[in-house]
Design a protein around this ligand. Structure first.
Ligand code: NA7
Length: 543
């Protein structure tokens, strides 16, 4: 059992909030390290983001070869993915399989939202409070609450007045099939969720109206059967795969990267490289240095031309193409069927830059040009991403300082995992880690390993806890900005990567673009240095 300082007694060593990729692994890891642990999950099953986003067509855009755990050989060898781009149902089933295999489901209290997390400096203990009024006192808190788990509140007048059915892709009903057969359906939003659900809805609805504010890049998916040889190779040595993933830029083993540098090729060579990468379904990696602005511009233009070729109606085609930002400025989408859907007579694009939504009324959606009667509205309007899930909790640290106040001008942290003034509170998958621009499964394993290696270091060095210095946070903010500046469009495009999708949210680029490998090295350099960038709380000081 946990710490006992200043008379206060911990109920357990660790509380893990959230049971997605990071939470499940954290629970297992805690037990492996001999720590007592409890988990809380607001869903009724494990899965996290993959539990809630159960909308039709939901799929992963990271290849299943790597979008998985690699900490356990049996898990790698026993699980079979049915497609290179697994769907939501399969990923959630996988996470249930892992949770059962690791025997951690019993540790989780489901259907329970954690509301507040508060630190007591005298005892160096945290109190975690649920919406049901339960409190648990512990030494370490792992907020494995995800990066895309706090839905964006609808910012359209009259949302509640709609008389038909309304659903969010981010919290799709799981207890029944939403019946859209023969109905008039409006989909608001054309990010990954909108792009994935529109073709599925079009299969059954009588009429589909897609309300698009900003056009997005859409490229073909990697979907298809798994290559048995690749699977077999990975099964032979999962530990080697794990190690390799951490040495890559994106936490992935890319299936293709163009071998040539952009500036080493002439015009014809570039065109050839782009077509070849397109056929490999990795056009974004057409060149060895695809991140260069000039390479990015060529890739962007190439994709725009391919998009224009698919859609038959010239007005619709033109509106669907993202002319206003470079590839990667916003989260690019993948689909083999989305653009083709607009060639069906019952699917219509409403270009909101020309005719904005004015309000929602009982019968449907009113734009500046017309009223569109609807039976169902699907909100594919995204998330208060990255910092949102942490900000949604009431977190107070040393001297009762609130995380909400500390993050009022944007998130601050060190190495994407800890905040000054909040000792022993860990934030995997939050802002300023490689996060959503890396493989989130690789990241979950890496961050949880680092967190529990940190805890082990504290225990073996007789330290009650640690938190980063404010200098370290300043350094990390500057590092995040330094790398973001190198990415075409990162700071100039309106994107949830930088908070622009939420009215009033402070702009801060929230993804560390220095590469997964560099991130991993920075984490373990801290550990190797005895946490020089942190302030330590000695065990005796806390007593
Ligand atoms: P995204 O990528 O944030 O997409 C949300 C979409 O909703 C986007 O097209 C927005 O347009 C649109 N949106 C948001 N609010 C409005 C209003 N008020 N009116 C019209 N349109 C609006 O979220 P997704 O769920 O699609 O994807 C999130 C990630 O989940 C995805 O990238 C994967 O990593 C998994 P905007 O671009 O802001 O003009």
């Amino acid at each position: 059992m946990g710490n006992d300082t200043n008379g206060a007694v911990a109920d357990c060593d660790v509380v893990v909030v959230g049971a997605g990729f990071a939470g499940i692994y954290a629970l297992w890891k805690a037990e492996q390290r001999g720590l007592t642990v409890r988990g809380f999950e607001r869903g009724s099953e494990v899965g996290g983001t993959w539990y809630w986003n159960a909308y039709p067509g939901a799929r992963c855009d990271v290849a299943s070869y790597n979008y998985a755990y690699f900490f356990d050989n049996e898990i790698v060898r026993e699980w079979n993915w049915s497609d290179v781009c697994s769907n939501q149902e399969e990923i959630q089933r996988y996470l249930s399989f892992v949770a059962e295999k690791c025997n951690v489901t019993r540790l989780i209290t489901f259907d329970t939202r954690v509301e507040a997390v508060s630190y007591d400096a005298a005892s160096a203990l945290w109190t975690v409070q649920t919406a049901d009024g339960e409190t648990v006192v512990c030494r370490y808190v792992v907020l494995a609450v995800g990066a895309l788990s706090e839905p964006k509140a609808p910012d359209i007048e009259g949302v509640d007045s709609f008389a038909g059915e309304a659903h969010f892709t981010s919290s799709w009903p799981r207890d029944r099939v939403v019946d859209m057969k023969g109905k008039r359906v409006g989909v608001i939003g054309t990010g990954s969720s909108g792009v994935q659900c529109v073709p599925e809805i079009a299969k059954v609805a009588s009429d589909v109206f897609v309300f698009q504010r900003t056009a997005n890049f859409v490229t073909p998916t990697l979907s298809g059967p798994m290559d048995p040889e690749v699977v077999e190779t990975m099964r032979q040595d999962p530990g080697a795969v794990r190690k390799e993933l951490r040495s890559t830029y994106g936490g992935n083993q890319p299936l293709y990267i163009g071998p040539d540098r952009f500036n080493d090729l002439d015009e014809a060579g570039r065109e050839k490289a782009l077509w070849h990468a397109w056929e490999q379904r990795e056009v974004a990696l057409a060149f060895w240095d695809s991140h260069l602005p000039e390479a990015n511009a060529a890739i962007s233009e190439f994709i725009r031309q391919r998009m224009l070729e698919v859609v038959k109606d010239p007005w619709t085609a033109d509106k669907l193409v993202p002319w206003d930002h470079p590839y990667g400025g916003k989260r690019p989408c993948q689909s083999d069927v989305y653009l083709q859907t607009y060639n069906q007579p019952h699917v219509r694009l409403i270009a909101l830059r020309e005719t904005p939504i004015e309000k929602i009324v009982p019968e449907g959606i009113v734009t500046s040009a017309e009223t569109i009667p609807l039976d169902v509205i699907v909100y594919a309007t995204g998330f208060d991403a990255l910092s949102g899930p942490v900000r949604a909790l009431n977190i107070t640290g040393i001297d009762g300082v609130s995380m909400g106040d500390i993050w009022a001008d944007g998130p601050v942290n060190y190495l994407g995992t800890m905040v000054h003034g909040f000792p022993n509170l860990f934030l995997p998958s939050s802002a300023m880690s490689p996060s959503v621009l890396s493989n989130m499964a690789t990241l979950a394993e890496q961050q949880i390993d680092f967190i529990f290696d940190t805890i082990r270091w504290l225990d073996s060095n007789d330290q009650a806890g640690l938190h980063p210095s404010s200098d370290s946070q300043d350094f990390w903010r500057d590092e995040t900005l330094r790398f973001a500046k190198r990415v075409p469009g990162a700071l100039t495009t309106e994107s949830w990567y930088n908070g622009a999708n939420i009215p009033g949210k402070p702009r801060r680029y929230m993804v560390y673009r220095g590469g997964f490998n560099r991130y991993h090295e920075a984490c373990y350099a801290e550990l190797d240095s005895g946490f020089k960038g942190y302030e330590l709380l000695s065990a005796s000081a806390a007593q």
